[in-house]
Write a protein that binds this ligand. Structure first.
Ligand code: ATP
Ligand code: MG
Length: 202
């Protein structure tokens, strides 16, 4: 059996190697640019992660905007928290979930009107971070022109960050993104008959 001193020495050596490796990688990362972050997949945590980045950005004094492409049934905590913040411009699409409106023409008109706000913000270099929450559905349902969305994202100001959420992110979005995470659902309370919970779910 290794003595406690031997274990400590081994641990120290391993940590030194780890630190060298991490320091090297940090040194190699020298590029500074606005990012496209895509949070997709079936697991919980896409929108809440995006709003975590909003909170971080506001903490640093950045100017932010939020566009929510699908309006839920409940008034969300994130809307209540950030809608009146002096450095947040917040837009929520006028219609509800598409399976509730059941009116494709109305949904398309609402999606286009909401996209017009996003497009304006994507040309405004005073906006540091934009959240396009649930944008992916507007592309998979064909409510917005994918090519136009991709072009606007690519032509945005060089230092502007964009966070896009929603399931089934299209390959074109993934292609132009810098960071993509696919959240996997392991289990969800809802599947066990548990109601949505204020603060955790909305
Ligand atoms: P959150 O806003 O909690 O981060 P999300 O953005 O990843 O969730 P959405 O698909 O936008 O997920 O769904 C929003 C709502 O649906 C939330 O109330 C969330 O708790 C719930 N939800 C998320 N994932 C699942 C799932 N796998 N099964 C059932 N409900 C889910
Ligand atoms: Mg979401």
């Amino acid at each position: 059996m290794a003595t406690s001193d031997e274990r400590k020495a081994r641990h120290k050596k391993a940590m030194q190697r780890k630190k060298e490796h991490i320091d090297n990688r940090i040194q190699q990362a020298t590029i500074d640019k606005g990012l496209i972050v895509v949070l997709t997949g079936n697991g919980k945590g896409k929108s809440s992660s995006a709003f975590g980045m909003l909170a971080r950005s506001l903490g640093h004094g950045l100017n932010c905007a939020v566009i929510q492409f699908i309006k839920g049934v409940w008034e969300t905590g994130e809307h209540l928290m950030f809608k009146d913040h002096p450095r947040v411009e917040f837009h929520v699409m006028a219609t509800g979930f598409t399976w509730e409106t059941q009116d494709r023409d109305k949904d398309i008109a609402a999606a286009k009107a909401t996209w017009a706000e996003a497009k304006r913000l994507l040309q405004d270099d005073s906006v540091d971070l934009i959240i396009l929450d649930e944008l992916t559905y507007m592309l998979t349902y064909g409510y917005l022109d994918k090519q136009e969305v991709i072009e606007c994202l690519q032509n945005r100001p060089a230092m502007q960050h964009v966070v896009i959420t929603g399931r089934n992110a299209s390959p074109e979005l993934i292609e132009i993104a810098d960071t993509v995470a696919e959240l996997e659902s392991v289990k969800h309370a809802f599947d066990q008959g548990i109601k949505v919970q204020k603060g955790v779910d909305y």
